[in-house]
Each structure stands twice: as structure tokens, then as C-alpha cells.
Design a protein around this ligand. Structure first.
Ligand code: ATP
Length: 316
């Protein structure tokens, strides 16, 4: 087992106001009684809205934060006391923060990591070769990091995180701001890492569904769902169809679709459409209304959160 937590809890003290004589503090329960296990080779998607406690949980797994209650082991040991030892077995990519030396060529950071993690020179070069080839990063290893595009930089962040061949890879929103092509190539790359344990945090359930075998959903500090991603992928979640139609008359359209709403920006929206009816509604719409733009969305995360009762992880 790579990670085990039992009733893990973390609270922050936040100063809400300061006056001459005293400060008023508020306690924020960021992670509440979370119990989970992550085994070797698991690819786990950790999903939740902003502020749901994902980063706090990751920081406790890494040993950066000391919990207030409950138990946690990472590689079978207390992560705070064994942070340095565990760091050799962990690779981390933060989408919002770079781990690379901004003004230096990429290669310098990689060489620095080689020294830091004491990677054998032969292993270093063969791993570097393989990673740069797979990620298509051969062309920009000699460029200073600051001159790279976001997509190029993220590829290099992956190489820097994997150069010491870690057993556990933690990815904190690694695809944020990336275009679809770069995102897809990183997702394909991650899928190929079958012998690694991966924790992939994201707000995007669909994205982690493609990459991970298990999904854990956090909400307001609680682990509210811990489920095989195949089960989540098969859930038929109602969709929303939004379209722009300049020449349409709202009153006429409402006669055919009484549930149609007009949004403040003038777009039209049909909500709560069952998956099996989407095709038919789309063909009816396109046949009867001049449409300039149309989008079908199913917001599975919001749907799941609104249908999960209580605060404990359970199967739907
Ligand atoms: N250092 C801190 N001091 C006080 N409160 C904090 C601190 N770090 C996080 N919090 C609070 O703890 C809660 C959980 O935050 P956390 O960053 O773990 O959530 P998250 O799921 O990672 O959010 P996001 O997706 O926005 O990164 C939030 O209410 C946040 O404001």
C-alpha cells in the first residue's frame, strides 16, 4: 500500500480581523475525517470544486503539513517525519507553480535534479531520452524556461518530476490552461505509466475519468465518493444544450420546448436533457431554428455533488 489515511483531519486558523488589542480567528476545517487507501499502480483522480480540500490532502501526503487529527502513512511511514526519504520516491507536478529554474536552460534544472536525487548518469540519460521522445520535448531542452510556451513548460515539468523514476506521481491540476492537443498528449502519456501510482487532482471530472481507474471526489473537506472511474463514466447524467440563434423568437420556441430558458446574454438553454434524447432534440432544433452556435454539456461533477447525501464516501 502506498498511502493510507484514517479519519485524517486538517484545520487552519485564519485571522478574520485585527484591532489594537486582539485578533479574531476563525477555524477552517479543510479536510474532515478522510479515510482512504491508495495501492501500488492505482491511478487515482482527486476531484472537487475550489476549496474542497484537495491541495491540503496532497500536502499531508507529501509531509508538508502536519494533520490535526487521524492517521496518515505514505510508503508505510509518517510523511512529516520522513519527508526527505519519501521525496526520493515521489514526483510532483503543479500546474500553477513551476519547479524549474526560470532563467536557466531546462537542461540545467534536469542536471540539478540528477544531483539532488543522486541518479546514476547512465540511467539519467536513458530516462531523459525516453521521456523527451515520448513527450516530444527534444527541441527545447536547451532553451531558458522563461522562453517556453505553457504547453512546452508543462512537458518539461513532467520530465523534471519523473527523471528520478519516482514510484508515486502527484499531479496538481497539471493541465490547467493547456490546449486540447497538449492536454490529450499528456493524458495519453499518463495512461502509459501503468507501473506507477498516480494521484491526479483536477476540477474536471471528464479529464480524470479518461486517465484514472479510480475517482475520489472531495466536497467541503469530506471525501464524498470513492469509486471505479468506469462506473462514473457509465453514469447517464442529464445534459444541458445551449445555443445562439439571432433570428429566433423566444415565444415561438417555447411552444415547442416549454422548458426553454433565455439566458441574460440572449442565448437559449434546454436543461435536464436525458442522454438518450440528446440526438433527437439536436436534430429537431437544427431543423426548426437557424442556429449560429450550439453546445452540449453534461456537468457530471455538479450533478454528482448534488446527488450525494451526507459526508461519507459511499458507492452510488
Ligand atoms: N494556509 C491556509 N490558511 C488558511 N486557510 C487555508 C489555507 N490553505 C487552504 N485554506 C482553506 O482550506 C480550504 C481547502 O483549501 P484547499 O486549497 O485544500 O482546496 P482545493 O480543493 O485544493 O482548492 P483549489 O481547487 O481551489 O486549489 C479552503 O477553504 C481554503 O481557503
Amino acid at each position: 500500500m502506498i498511502i493510507k489515511t484514517e479519519n485524517l483531519t486538517k484545520q487552519y486558523q485564519k485571522v478574520t480581523s485585527v484591532d489594537f488589542f486582539h485578533r479574531t480567528k476563525q477555524t477552517i476545517a479543510a479536510v474532515k475525517n478522510v479515510s482512504l487507501q491508495i495501492n501500488q499502480g492505482d491511478h487515482v483522480g482527486l476531484v472537487g470544486l475550489n476549496g474542497s480540500g484537495k491541495s491540503t490532502l496532497i500536502k499531508m501526503i507529501l509531509g508538508i503539513l502536519q494533520p490535526n487529527g487521524g492517521k496518515i502513512t505514505t510508503f508505510g511511514v509518517n510523511p512529516v517525519d520522513n519527508r526527505q526519504i519519501n521525496a526520493r520516491k515521489i514526483g510532483v507536478v503543479f500546474g500553477q507553480r513551476s519547479q524549474l529554474r526560470w532563467d536557466l536552460p531546462v537542461m540545467d534544472t534536469l542536471l540539478l535534479n540528477r544531483e539532488l536525487y543522486q541518479v546514476d548518469n547512465k540511467d539519467f540519460h536513458s530516462r531523459l531520452n525516453q521521456l523527451t521522445k515520448t513527450l516530444g520535448a527534444e527541441d527545447f531542452l536547451s532553451q531558458p524556461v522563461r522562453t517556453l510556451s505553457l504547453g512546452q513548460r508543462m512537458k518539461v515539468e513532467f520530465i523534471a518530476a519523473l527523471i528520478h523514476d519516482p514510484e508515486l506521481i502527484i499531479l496538481d491540476e497539471p493541465t490547467i490552461g493547456l490546449d486540447v492537443l497538449t492536454k490529450n498528449s499528456l493524458i495519453a502519456f499518463l495512461k502509459g505509466l501503468t507501473n506507477k501510482t498516480i494521484i491526479f487532482t483536477s476540477h474536471d471530472l471528464i479529464e480524470v475519468e479518461q486517465t484514472c481507474s479510480r475517482i475520489m471526489i472531495m466536497n467541503a473537506g469530506n471525501l464524498v465518493l470513492n469509486l471505479d472511474s468506469a462506473k462514473i463514466a457509465n453514469l447517464a447524467v442529464p445534459a444541458t444544450i445551449t445555443f445562439t440563434s439571432s433570428s429566433s423568437n423566444y415565444a415561438d420556441l417555447r411552444q415547442t420546448w416549454p422548458q426553454l430558458m433565455q439566458l441574460t446574454n440572449g442565448d437559449f438553454q434546454l436543461a435536464d436533457i436525458e442522454q438518450k434524447n440528446i440526438k433527437e432534440i439536436l436534430s429537431q432544433l437544427t431543423a426548426s431554428v437557424p442556429i449560429e452556435n450550439i453546445e452540449v454539456k453534461n456537468n457530471k461533477l455538479e450533478y454528482l455533488l448534488s446527488h450525494i447525501a451526507g459526508g461519507n464516501a459511499h458507492e452510488i
